[in-house]
Each structure stands twice: as structure tokens, then as C-alpha cells.
Design a protein around this ligand. Structure first.
Ligand SMILES: Nc1nc2c(ncn2[C@@H]2O[C@H](COP(=O)(O)OP(=O)(O)O)[C@@H](O)[C@H]2O)c(=O)[nH]1
Ligand SMILES: [Mg+2]
Length: 318
């Protein structure tokens, strides 16, 4: 998925959503249940301007059910927000979403005939899969897609719900270091400057702390070294990823680890918890504050410098 989010794309996506929002009754934000914080774009909550929202924690067949439960509790506490974990392909499960949509909207407005829903989310979380599953037929391409999909026809689900023709596609979060790595681990961002090895090392380091047994079982490890680098090296040796000349092939081992993670072969795993998100947001705020302070300090010094540089007026000769 070679998506490049240029400012022009971002503006266009944002404007389209803003334009369409007045006609929308409810927003469905699709998230990856393994990384609900990193797979969100905070703009969703801004752009929905108080409309009810269902956070769909998709790919529940891959995430840790205990952690997913914590995320549901976390989202349910937010204003006008509901949460549902599901597997998008599963038609029965997606029908539960329809039921929830109807319950929420009919509670507040009972006269409306069709409920108008916008499906939003960053690429690769499963929006197209969900749309197809809701419609019970093939409508949206899954997998690769351009950054801003062309407007399609309004999708009438023929059950009292219509889906907006505006693609609610937003860009992934790039600012948070951890979010970047988690998105790369999940496969949501590809073809970036990140190396396979680095992403796999990050993932291994986290998994060795959060799911040590699952990791040891999958790669038949007796011990778990601290660093991601040593972990990847160990996996490479276990899996025979050795280049001619005897050097370990970390790239190949990285591919194995990421493939295993993405297909659920290591186990049902989540990459972040609500608690981690709170801690990371505090750090992010501190960083912003530190940047602002540094900027103010530079300004102060520059002003001071200027004062010193101004040539002194020569004393008039007596
Ligand atoms: N395991 C699993 N894979 C899913 C699920 N939903 C979507 N996918 C896969 O995730 C990838 C991205 O899905 P897609 O619908 O194209 O995402 P979009 O970019 O948000 O429209 C595809 O390979 C889907 O098959 C799910 O519930 N479980
Ligand atoms: Mg899609």
C-alpha cells in the first residue's frame, strides 16, 4: 500500500468529511483492536462534531480479548461514544453493529426513515471489509487503495441504514514514535523509511514483556534476552536465517516475525493498553511543552544578543 499523505490529500479528505457531516446521523470509526490508540486519528472526534460514534475494534480474531475488553470500557466512558469488538468479515457480527446503530439513533430520533452513517478510519483497519460485510455483497475494494478514494454511490443497506458516499479515510498518526512502530508492526504502514528489522525488533521487545510465554513457545526459546536486537538474532538462528558466510539474516528473521504477528501465529496479541496510552500522552504533552519552552528561550537569547550587538552611540566629543 504505497500511500503518501501529502498536505493536499489531507486537506481534501478533511474538507470532504466536513462537508458531508451535517447529513450524517452516526459515525462508525473502525480501529485495529490490537492498537486502538495508534490506529485512531484524533480528527475523527473533532470532525464528528458531537454526533454519536461507535468505535469498532476490528480484527478481534487477532487481538488479546482481555485488553480489548479494557479498551471497550475506556471508550464507553467517553461522551456519546460506544464500542464494539468484531471481525469485519463475519456477517453475523457486522449485523450486531447494525442493531447497535439502530438502538443508538432511534433512542434520540424516532421519526427518521433511513439512518445515515459514515464509516471512518485510517487505511488498513478494515473499512472496506466491513462495508462489504454489512452490505452482504462486494462493494468496496479491500487491500490496496489510494489515499483518497473517489466518491461512490450512497450505499443503501436496505435495512434502514445507508452508508455515506464520502470516504472517511484519514491518515495515520506519525508523530508518536511508538504509534509509528505499532502501525508498522500491524502492517498498516508500509514502504516507509522503517526497516523490517527495526520494526521486528520493536515488536519483539514489547512482546517479550507483555507475552513472554507466547513468544518462547512460538520460537522455542529457553530464555528471553532484554533487547529486541538480541531477540531477533536468536529467532534468526532458531529459524536458520543464516546467509552464506555464516552471518545471520536479520531481515529475513524480521519478515518471519512480522508475518507471524500479523497472521496471529504467535497468539492473540495486543500492542497497547489504555494505561500505556495515558502515559504516552503525558510524555507527548511534556515534549510539546519542552519544545515551546526551548523556543521561548531561543527567542529571549536572540533578543538579548541583538541588544548587545547594537553599536553604542559614540559619545559626543567634549
Ligand atoms: N484477521 C482479520 N483481518 C481483517 C479483518 N478485517 C479486515 N481484515 C484484513 O485487513 C486488510 C485491510 O482491510 P481493508 O478492508 O482493505 O481495510 P481499509 O483500508 O480500512 O478499507 C485486508 O487484508 C483484510 O482482509 C478482520 O476482522 N480480521
Ligand atoms: Mg478500503
Amino acid at each position: 500500500m504505497a500511500i503518501n499523505w501529502f498536505p493536499g490529500h489531507m486537506n481534501r479528505a478533511r474538507n470532504q468529511i466536513e462537508e458531508a457531516m451535517p447529513d450524517i446521523d452516526l459515525v462508525v470509526e473502525v480501529l485495529d483492536s490490537r492498537l486502538p490508540y495508534s490506529s485512531t486519528n484524533p480528527l475523527v472526534d473533532e470532525l464528528r462534531v458531537g454526533k454519536p460514534c461507535i468505535k469498532v475494534l476490528n480484527k478481534a480474531d487477532l487481538s488479546d480479548p482481555k485488553i480489548t475488553k479494557l479498551w471497550i470500557e475506556h471508550f464507553e466512558k467517553q461522551d456519546n461514544t460506544h464500542a464494539l469488538a468484531l471481525v469485519a468479515e463475519d456477517h453475523k457480527q457486522s449485523q450486531k453493529l447494525i442493531q447497535l446503530i439502530k438502538n443508538i439513533v432511534n433512542q434520540s430520533e424516532d421519526k427518521k426513515t433511513n439512518i445515515r452513517v459514515m464509516i471512518m478510519g485510517i487505511p488498513n483497519v478494515g473499512k472496506s471489509t466491513l462495508i462489504n460485510s454489512l452490505a452482504g455483497r462486494y462493494i468496496a475494494n479491500t487491500g490496496d487503495e489510494p489515499a483518497v478514494t473517489k466518491r461512490q454511490q450512497m450505499i443503501d443497506l436496505k435495512n434502514g441504514v445507508v452508508l455515506s458516499d464520502t470516504p472517511g479515510i484519514l491518515w495515520p498518526k506519525f508523530e508518536n514514535f511508538h504509534s509509528g512502530y505499532r502501525l508498522a508492526t500491524s502492517g498498516a504502514i508500509k514502504n516507509t523509511a522503517m526497516e523490517y528489522e527495526d520494526v521486528a525488533m520493536y515488536a519483539l521487545e514489547y512482546l517479550s514483556k507483555a507475552y513472554p510465554e507466547a513468544l518462547m513457545t512460538r520460537y522455542k526459546l529457553e530464555v528471553l534476552p532484554e533487547s529486541g536486537e538480541s531477540l531477533l538474532d536468536m529467532v534468526a538462528r532458531k529459524r536458520g536465517c543464516i546467509r552464506s558466510g555464516g552471518k545471520v539474516d536479520l531481515h529475513k528473521a524480521g519478515e518471519i516475525v512480522l508475518h507471524d504477528f500479523r497472521s496471529g501465529k504467535i497468539g492473540l496479541l495486543s500492542l497497547e493498553t489504555p494505561e500505556m496510552m495515558v502515559a504516552e500522552e503525558i510524555i507527548a504533552e511534556e515534549l510539546i511543552l519542552a519544545k515551546e519552552l526551548a523556543k521561548a528561550e531561543r527567542k529571549r537569547l536572540a533578543l538579548k544578543g541583538k541588544r548587545f550587538q547594537t553599536p553604542k552611540k559614540e559619545r559626543p566629543a567634549k
